[in-house]
Design a protein around this ligand. Structure first.
Ligand SMILES: [Fe+2]
Ligand SMILES: [Fe+2]
Length: 302
């Protein structure tokens, strides 16, 4: 439980020991966090929950600290289980409260949970008044699933961005200005490469749309990792750059091989590139992590 802004609390879980995400797909050497947020205005709203294995400690802590019966609405921005995994346990305790989600989200929640919950589909621009603050919803389909949306907290200038702008990075700190910038950007870029890259075109469009809304943004609070409060738009600019055919002037050759012949070809290509003065890395995909190995991050730190 940590106050990130007046009346807005981080109520998530820090998963220090996560080493693989999405099954075995993605290595997470710095763990991760499942960021859930509670907005305590005249009405109390809960935005997203946490991954299923943590459902009990998450819900019990919420109850102890805020009282589950005081929560008046839930927003599920994305129903993948790292964000909605505690929903069934939570809803068993407060079964009648409304759940705001996208139209796609309502279909997917029904298919995932098979429960007759009070789902309220919303679209971009729809809002809920909490008293002094207002939640304004912004659909973000495919960033990361068809159901994904973001929530802008008007009155606090906070954008709860769900998967976009996140990182798998557990830290004792909460904010981007408190952590090592190399580590932060390594994790943000790796996250982008593994989760967001297939949707580059949609990223460009969503950033354009976000900018056109002209929302004052003091904080971007994603659903994983560190919260952006120091120049929060820096990560938006980075996404814009990463979505635009991003490269750093080097080449990574990925290969797999049974008896070494393909490896010899890979090394021959690398040799040619190196002779042309192009920094090159050669990776056996059966042995290497699926991640971006940026030469920038391989330089020794001083
Ligand atoms: Fe996701
Ligand atoms: Fe996620």
């Amino acid at each position: 439980m940590f106050q990130i802004k007046d009346k807005i609390y981080w109520v998530g879980i820090k998963d220090w020991e996560l080493r693989r995400f999405h099954g075995d797909e993605y290595s997470t050497h710095r763990g991760s966090t499942y960021n859930s947020y509670l907005i305590k205005d005249q009405k109390i709203a809960l935005v997203d929950t946490v991954w299923t294995p943590f459902h009990m400690e998450y819900v019990e802590e919420l109850d102890k600290k805020y009282g589950l019966k005081n929560i008046e609405l839930i927003v599920i921005q994305h129903c993948e289980q790292d964000h909605a995994g505690s929903l069934a346990y939570l809803m068993d305790k407060i079964p009648n409260i409304p759940i705001y989600c996208t139209k796609k989200g309502s279909e997917m929640i029904r298919k995932h949970f098979h429960k007759d919950w009070n789902l309220i589909p919303v679209k971009t621009g729809d809002s809920v008044d909490l008293g002094e603050m207002k939640l304004i919803f912004i659909e973000a389909p495919m960033l990361h699933w068809p159901d994904t949306m973001m929530t802008y907290v008007q009155g606090a200038n906070v954008l709860l961005s769900n998967d976009p702008f996140g990182q798998h990075f557990a830290s004792p700190h909460f904010y981007n200005d408190q952590v090592d910038q190399g580590e932060l950007y390594q994790e943000a870029l790796k996250y982008y490469a593994n989760i967001i890259t297939p949707f580059n075109k949609l990223v460009k469009g969503k950033i354009k749309e976000l900018k056109s809304l002209n929302l004052p943004i003091d904080i971007i609070a994603p659903s994983h990792g560190i919260i952006w409060r120091d120049n929060p738009m820096q990560i938006v600019e980075k996404y814009d750059q990463w979505a635009s055919n991003y490269h750093e002037g080097s080449v990574v050759i990925l290969y797999d091989t049974m008896w070494g012949a393909t490896k010899r070809m890979a090394l021959a290509i690398a040799k040619g590139l190196e002779e042309a003065g192009i920094p090159t890395r050669v990776l056996n995909i059966a042995k290497s992590d699926k991640m971006i190995l940026s030469p920038r991050y391989l330089k020794p730190r001083v």
